[in-house]
Design a protein around this ligand. Structure first.
Ligand SMILES: [Zn+2]
Length: 485
């Protein structure tokens, strides 16, 4: 699970998804921006016209580009006009170090220039020959290759478009040269990621990983692109579920051998998990994905909290029979698959649950005194001194982000809370917290430390005991469990 999180949160991964999407579509990302005021000199012709450009005298019409001499025509109407990327224009959010992105941009610019100026194939051929002396791995040798744009099937969804590459395509590419096991199980990851910092565009990729082949990088099954998250889980997941149903029934034949494919689990963060299951969100009163506990609203913290632990666990059968009331929000296509709707969705989201969840709530509660009767509010000088200490700390080499003071806690990243919890907390909190509060915190620290490293696997039972002791301790000191998630 940790490796998934690392991959998902890395900039490299985000760039890879962007890059793949543009590469697959073979278009420039700027083409996503529709032109508000059509500009005659900035029209980008449809792909199918590009192969017949050599001798066709192209001319502009009021409706956009038109090719004559019985060539294929494509007239661009108002709704299909896209802005041509200017050669000198900067992209909205490019990464200069990303060579593939830059190569795609070069190809796009060359293609647009050739089409706009009606460059003959013979001339383009000479130009490519010259450029290929230095750019042999980037540009094609043949002008027809440069001017041909692959067509891809994009499905229109409510607020965006969806491209489906398919599970079968991904698996065939990886397994065709392997001699590994013929029974494989897939880990599936679904989550959203922003495309640019300056716009609302976002991708929702569906990724798969083969559990039996950990060395194989995650593969992209489909990508949704839109201005916001997919609004309808049924539409969004239908292509994927339809293909998986078929694969479940028939299996996949690779090199003449049948491969049995199953789903091992869905790895998602809390909001995405609730979305694809069609359930209430994690902060709703009926939001726990694993048990039937009911939350209560706290007028102290203005959040839902879950005072009762040890409630009966949810089961696949009851979930499918919709016995959990407001826990169910809508039907998900995943119900059509032979999976366990409870156990196959592990809750392993330490970023939202622990770093930005418990640790943030604890620090804010101690700093601002939000723990009611426990009266833990730090005096101003304690908070200031702790901030100073955090700023002066020299962190180990593996920590890349320095901590900021408590005055900036609203802007702390998840990694800062994580660093605080794992490396700093037990030292700096000891002289500040009341002894019983510190002891309570230690049980949290120890159990999370045990669960965070494979080196402590044999201590899992101890971690379990610590959480139980912590709960009894909480009740004993009448601690208002307002913030316990
Ligand atoms: Zn629960």
């Amino acid at each position: 699970m940790n490796s998934w999180k690392k991959i998902k949160t890395s900039g490299t991964f985000k760039r890879k998804v962007k890059k793949n999407f543009y590469k697959i579509l073979n278009i420039n990302p700027l083409l996503f921006q529709k032109v508000q005021q059509p500009v005659r000199s900035t029209i980008y012709p449809k792909p199918e016209t590009s192969s017949s450009i050599e001798s066709a005298g192209s001319r502009e019409t009021d409706g956009g580009y038109e090719l004559d001499q019985n060539r294929k025509l494509h007239l661009l109407d108002e709704s299909e006009r896209w802005e041509l990327p200017a050669y000198e224009e900067e992209y909205i959010d490019p990464d200069p170090a990303d060579e593939t992105f830059a190569n795609l941009r070069l190809l796009d610019n060359l293609r647009c220039w050739a089409v706009k100026n009606n460059i003959r194939h013979s001339v383009l051929n000479e130009l490519l020959a010259i450029l290929n002396i230095r750019l042999s791995n980037i540009l094609p040798r043949d002008p027809r290759t440069l001017l041909t744009i692959q067509s891809v099937d994009l499905q229109q969804m409510e607020n965006g478009q969806y491209w489906h590459q398919g599970v079968k395509n991904c698996l065939e590419r990886v397994l065709s040269e392997s001699t590994g096991p013929s029974n494989i199980s897939l880990k599936i990851n679904i989550d959203g990621l922003p495309v640019y910092r300056s716009s609302k565009d976002e991708f929702w990729p569906i990724l798969i990983n083969i559990d039996e082949y950990p060395q194989v990088a995650p593969m992209i099954v489909g990508i949704y692109a839109g201005k916001q998250k997919p609004t309808n889980v049924g539409t969004f997941l239908s292509p994927f579920v339809a293909e998986m149903e078929k694969i479940y029934q028939e299996g996949i034949y690779i090199n003449g051998h049948k491969v049995i494919v199953s789903i091992r689990c869905f790895v998602c963060d809390s909001p995405a998990r609730a979305f694809i299951k069609g359930t209430a969100y994690f902060n709703a009163q009926n939001g726990c994905q694993k048990c039937t506990t009911i939350g209560e609203y706290s007028y102290v913290s203005h959040t839902n909290y879950f005072p009762r632990a040890g409630c009966p666990p949810r089961t696949d059968a009851d979930f499918r029979n919709k016995k959990y009331g407001t826990h169910h929000k809508e039907d998900t296509p995943l119900l059509r698959l032979n999976i366990d709707m409870v156990k196959d969705f592990p809750v392993a989201d330490s970023l939202h649950l622990i770093d930005l969840g418990i640790m943030k709530k604890l620090l804010l509660g101690w700093r601002d005194g939000k723990f009611g009767s426990l009266n833990t509010k730090w005096p101003a000088n304690v908070a200031i001194n702790l901030s100073k200490r955090l700023l002066e700390l020299k962190m180990p080499r593996e920590i890349h982000r320095a901590l900021r003071g408590l005055d900036c806690i609203a802007h702390w990243k998840g990694l800062e809370f994580r660093t605080f919890l794992h490396y700093i907390s037990i030292v700096v909190l000891k002289p500040i917290l009341l002894p019983e509060v510190y002891e309570h915190f230690l049980s949290l620290f120890c159990s999370i430390t045990i669960c965070s490293s494979e080196n402590f696997t044999d201590l899992i039972e101890l971690a379990n005991m610590l959480t139980i002791i912590s709960r009894h301790f909480t009740e004993k000191i009448t601690f208002r469990v307002t913030f316990i998630i």
